[in-house]
Design a protein around this ligand. Structure first.
Ligand code: SAH
Length: 229
């Protein structure tokens, strides 16, 4: 294994103060994502800027730039970087969303990637300690364009709707209707759908009164659960 994460200078430019220069771990991860089909340079640049080691416990920091999901406590995981990149790429393909809602803040890593690329990010989490830790992390990294909610995201987040994009980072057997209704008229939902063990990532675009759905391939997410915890 190569060098672990290194401290990189923070740059106060743009929307955030994420890394100015990617560490060797970040660069390896970017190269791996590129080789696995992540073609959107904006997404790769965001992965190069966000210090993933800040989003995992100390004991896992030396594994932060592996292309794997890792435990974050409360029986949850920080998503695999390839999946984060694919979801973000799907959300941005062919459009420039201004307001994006994430369901399932978890560690806040996907939130930070979105905050690098979208003017305003809303994120909701049903487990309070995870929501609070992610809020502190992103504040520490100087992201100022993220609104955190402690809520059951199955109902979306009505006070700030509609959203140009919604990404759900937990799997569900059926698409919650509130998420479709909180999309703007040309909004896009990216969501893992299907039974545990047989989920696929769906891109659902709102089209007038209806929707257009595309299957983006197999994924494996922790379940989207009802209620707050
Ligand atoms: N994007 C996160 C993924 C965390 S795992 C990351 O990369 O770290 C999925 C998260 O979704 C968990 O934190 C889980 O608590 C949360 N979750 C599950 N059901 C939810 C719901 N109904 N509303 C909000 N968050 C939910």
């Amino acid at each position: 294994m190569g060098a672990g994460p290194v401290n990189v200078p923070r740059s106060p430019r743009g929307l955030s103060a994420s890394s100015a220069t990617p560490s060797s771990g970040q660069q390896r991860l970017v190269d791996e994502l590129r080789s696995q089909g992540v073609t959107d340079e904006r997404v790769l640049a965001a992965v190069a800027r966000v210090p993933r080691h800040e989003f995992v416990d100390d004991a896992l920091k030396n594994r932060a730039y592996e292309n794997n999901a890792l435990p974050i406590g409360h029986a949850q995981t920080i998503s695999q970087p390839l999946v984060v990149a694919m979801m973000t790429m799907a959300l941005l393909r062919g459009r420039k969303p201004q307001r994006v809602l994430e369901i399932g803040t978890g560690s806040g890593y996907q939130t930070a990637i979105l905050a690098e690329l979208v003017p305003t990010v809303f994120t909701v989490e049903r487990i309070k300690p995870l929501s609070e830790l992610a809020r502190r992390r992103l504040a520490g990294l100087h992201y100022r364009n993220v609104h955190f909610g402690y809520a059951d995201g199955i109902n979306g987040w009505l006070p700030y709707a509609p959203y140009d994009g919604i990404v759900v980072t937990a799997g569900t057997e059926t698409v919650p209707p509130a998420l479709i209704s909180q999309l703007s008229p040309s909004g896009r939902l990216v969501i893992p759908v299907g039974p545990q063990g047989a989920q696929s990532l769906r891109q659902i675009d709102r089209r007038g009164a209806g929707v257009r759905e595309q299957d983006l391939g197999r994924v494996s997410f922790v379940p989207l659960l009802p209620g707050k915890h």
